[in-house]
Design a protein around this ligand. Structure first.
Ligand code: FES
Length: 215
C-alpha cells in the first residue's frame, strides 16, 4: 500500500465537494453530513468528463452541472444509467486528514487511462467523448486547438454543389395554419385554404421559402 494524504479533515465541509489528483486521476472528495465518513470518487462525469468537483450536492446525490448526470455520492452509483458509475476508492480518516491508497488509484488508471494534457489548450476541460448530437463539436475543438495548420489556410474544402439528399424535402416544410381575417368568421363563411408557394405567392411572409397562406 502507498498511503497518501488528500486533504485535512477540518478543511472539508459536509457535502461540499473538494478536488484532488492522484496518479493522474481526478478525484472528488465528499464529507458525509451525518457521520465521520468520506467518499473519494473518480472525479469526472461518466457522460462527457466534466469535473465533478463543480457538481452540486444534495439529498445524498452528486449532480453534474453540465447535463445533469446524477450519482449517489455514498456509493458512486449512477442513478439513471446503471453501470456508468463513479468508482469509489478506499479512503479513511487518520491523524486529522483523509488518506487514500495511491497504488489502488494508479492500478485503476492503468485500465482507465486519463488522456488529459493538463498544460495544453483545453487541458482539464477537453471533451474526448463528444456526442452524435453535436457532430461539429470535434471539428470546432480541432480548429480551436490547431487553427488552420492541419486543414490549410482556406479551411476545410469540398466539391461545389449540394448533394440532393441534404436538400430540404417537402416534408421538412412545416405550415402552421392561422386565420388572417381579423374579425372571427361565422361557421358557415367560406374560407380559402389554398397554399401558394414560390414566386406567385402574394404574401411572402415566410421569406426563406416564399410560402404564403391566404384566406
Ligand atoms: S458531462 Fe456530466 S452530465 Fe454531461
Amino acid at each position: 500500500m502507498n498511503k497518501q494524504k488528500l486533504i485535512a479533515w477540518r478543511e472539508l465541509k459536509p457535502e461540499v465537494p473538494a478536488h484532488a489528483r492522484i496518479a493522474n486521476v481526478d478525484l472528488v472528495i465528499i464529507r458525509w453530513p451525518d457521520a465521520e465518513e468520506v467518499s473519494v470518487l473518480y472525479g469526472r462525469c461518466q457522460h462527457r468528463g466534466a469535473l465533478m468537483v463543480d457538481g452540486s450536492v444534495g439529498d445524498e446525490k452528486l449532480t453534474c452541472r453540465l447535463h445533469g448526470s446524477t450519482y449517489r455520492y455514498r456509493s458512486g452509483k449512477n442513478i439513471h444509467y446503471p453501470g456508468a458509475d463513479l468508482r469509489r476508492f478506499s479512503a479513511w480518516i487518520e491523524e486529522g486528514a483523509v488518506w487514500v491508497d495511491a497504488d489502488e488509484i494508479a492500478e485503476w488508471e492503468q485500465s482507465n487511462p486519463q488522456k488529459y494534457q493538463r498544460d495544453a489548450y483545453q487541458g482539464d476541460y477537453a471533451d474526448f467523448k463528444g456526442s452524435d448530437d453535436e457532430p461539429h463539436v470535434k471539428a470546432i475543438q480541432a480548429l480551436a486547438a490547431d487553427g488552420l495548420e492541419k486543414v490549410g489556410h482556406h479551411g476545410a474544402m469540398a466539391a461545389m454543389g449540394v448533394p440532393g439528399r441534404t436538400l430540404p424535402k417537402w416534408d421538412d416544410i412545416q405550415i402552421l395554419t392561422a386565420q388572417l381575417h381579423r374579425p372571427p368568421l361565422l361557421d358557415d363563411e367560406p374560407v380559402d385554404t389554398r397554399v401558394t408557394i414560390g414566386s406567385r405567392s402574394r404574401s411572402p411572409w415566410l421569406w426563406i421559402s416564399r410560402c404564403s397562406f391566404r384566406t
